[in-house]
Design a protein around this ligand. Structure first.
Ligand code: NAD
Length: 257
């Protein structure tokens, strides 16, 4: 299976799951557009190193996924989009009545509305090519809930629904749209939650990982960014051509409980 001659745009891909997915799509031969809201030397070095490692073209395009116009400009600037991975995401934890309004707005904008804007800009390109793959990174929290993550859970449930609608609007055009629902993956987003959780439960780091995080995952292991990348490559393959409008959980059994 090769993704040679395909261009993949992955939002929020200068770290964590997005970067892992970009690596696996590049390994499968796709040209890559990396993205985040920063524009540092490290961002551009990341692109150079990835191009060298996999022998594909890798560009880094800055765009802030909290702003609709920049989401659309990312796709237009790339000029081509065969594979769109809506991955950018942030998190905030607080009870509903204390949840800062600006955090709610930012989470809904980055984790949900950005996918609407990028998809709207990318679909005409996919229709022209008569082939396309839209992969939305949802979460186990797109299928289940837990307290204090109201905005994140609303956004992730929203993106699962948006994925189904996208699938239905493109079903006869060789374009598929699915949502990947990861459980816990040890990325900077999850690392950032550990100190507060340690304080909240008066636990050490390893105890938080074992008793709070992995307790929810029957496998008792984190999924890796490479495994998420492999799932994305599968969804781009011919074997997955009839898989559309669904969710794929990569959560060690969390949502089977
Ligand atoms: P991460 O913090 O490593 O990555 C988030 C990415 O989003 C970064 O590249 C960051 O630069 C980018 N980003 C943040 N704000 C942005 C903005 N305004 N514009 C553009 N880019 C922006 O975290 P991650 O864990 O790799 O998360 C990636 C996705 O996976 C998110 O959608 C997250 O909700 C989802 N997810 C993660 C886990 C997990 O356990 N790590 C589980 C389920 C779902």
């Amino acid at each position: 299976m090769t993704l040679k001659d395909k261009t993949a745009i992955i939002t929020g891909s200068n770290s964590g799951i997005g970067l892992g997915i970009a690596h696996e799509l590049a390994r499968a031969g796709a040209d890559i557009v990396l993205n985040s809201f920063t524009d540092s030397d490290e961002d551009h070095k990341l692109a150079e190193a990835m191009a060298k490692e996999h022998g594909v073209t890798v560009r880094y395009i800055k765009a802030d996924m909290s702003k609709g116009a920049e989401c659309r400009a990312l796709i237009e600037t790339a000029g081509r989009c065969d594979i769109l991975v809506n991955n950018a995401g942030i998190q905030h934890v607080a009870p509903i009545e204390d949840f800062p309004v600006e955090k709610w707005d930012a989470i809904i904008a980055i984790n949900l509305s950005s996918a609407f804007h990028t998809t709207a800009a990318a679909l005409p390109m996919m229709r022209k090519a008569a082939w396309g793959r839209v992969i939305n990174i949802a979460s186990a929290h797109g299928l289940t809930a837990s307290p204090y993550k109201s905005a994140y859970i609303a956004a992730k449930h929203g993106i699962v629904g948006f994925s189904k609608t996208t699938a239905l609007e493109t079903a006869q055009e060789h374009i598929t749209c699915n949502a990947i629902c990861p459980g816990y993956v040890l990325t900077p987003l999850v690392e950032a939650q550990i100190p507060d959780t340690m304080k909240k439960y008066n636990m050490g780091r390893e105890e938080v990982i074992k008793k709070v995080m992995l307790d929810r995952q029957p496998s008792k292991e984190f999924a890796t960014v490479q495994q998420l990348g492999g799932t994305a490559v599968f969804l781009c393959s011919d074997a997955a051509a009839q898989i559309t409008g669904t969710t794929i959980s990569v959560d060690g059994g969390w949502t089977a409980l």
